[in-house]
Design a protein around this ligand. Sequence first.
Ligand code: SIN
Ligand code: CO
Length: 375
Amino acid sequence: MYTLNFDQQAFLETYWQKQPLVIKAAFKDFADPIAADELAGLACEEEIASRIILTKQNNWEIIQGPIEDYAPFGEDNWQLLVQAVNHWYPDSQPLVDVFRFIPDWRFDDLMVSFATPGGGVGPHIDNYDVFLLQGEGKRRWKVGPIGNYSPRGGDTHTALIDDFEPIIDVVLEAGDMLYIPPGFPHRGETIETALSYSIGFRAPSQQELISGIADHLIDTNSGLKRFTSTQEPTEPGLLPLTQQEGMLELLRELLTKPEYYQPVLGQLLSQNRFELDLCEPDGEHTSEELLEALEDGAEIQRIGGLKVIRIEGDSQKRLFINGEIYCLDEVEADTLTTLANQISFDSDTALALCKQPDVAEYFLWLLDQGYAYLA
Ligand code: SIN
Ligand code: CO
């Protein structure tokens, strides 16, 4: 079991999205949820995103996974990074769960890295919030102030930046954690062969929001209202200010209507950037089979990384699940809350919830989609 050894409320008020923070002994007696050889096993898989970074003289080279043979890399100056380990390795779920004091819609993934002495990804800036948690081994981290940094060597194709003057320079040991908000440059260097965990959180950009709205309007064949004007400019080659404003007003009208923006946000923010490990069943479950399994003590477990989101102020009773909309018209309001917040349902809870026929159907749907399994 993992428990965070700091005041999460105080952290949210003072540091979250604002300032980096070193949290020594954030986990007491931290035990790695995964071993290096198990991580290497995940990195062999085609559908799992992984890469090796080689530390070169003043440069870093990326080798994209899958990675099958580590012999060419030697004993030092390389690091293996595996994304979305929480999707593929259920034993990592308890570690991810403790970060649910930050809402699920923000959560990106658990990236696990194995680094040999000298290994690191180089100085860079991320556009997401990250908690860097140290497992076994030791790594030294430097964090710089927020600012304008040039791409390393003037190469705009790299995420690497020039070196920076650190405001934090710290060695992390097992259970220590470093929180870095978006935009703060950082670099890690490995002192002793290490396993580390990056718990990442994202938020949508204007580009993603606008394209989410566009997708929704196309899918639902809505937003077809056209611009009208009763006054035209006297110059043929002019688009006047009043017409520019009128067109933007048409857009704004959409953005102020919850019936448009709520499903857009729900669908967009319940999607996962990384492939899910769907637990596809052999055949469809029947409700009798489900009830029987629950009566025999089975529990319903959502797969790792699945996002189930409820929208506050929604005019409909529904959940947004991995980009899909699932309506539960007949359920009580607090049932919707339970279904969104709970990742697993023990047999008693699930049986009690199944008394509402909509919920029994919902559980069956989750199982049939491979979004949940019976454990
Ligand atoms: C690393 O573990 O070195 C990479 C993680 C990060 O910088 O976000
Ligand atoms: Co980073």
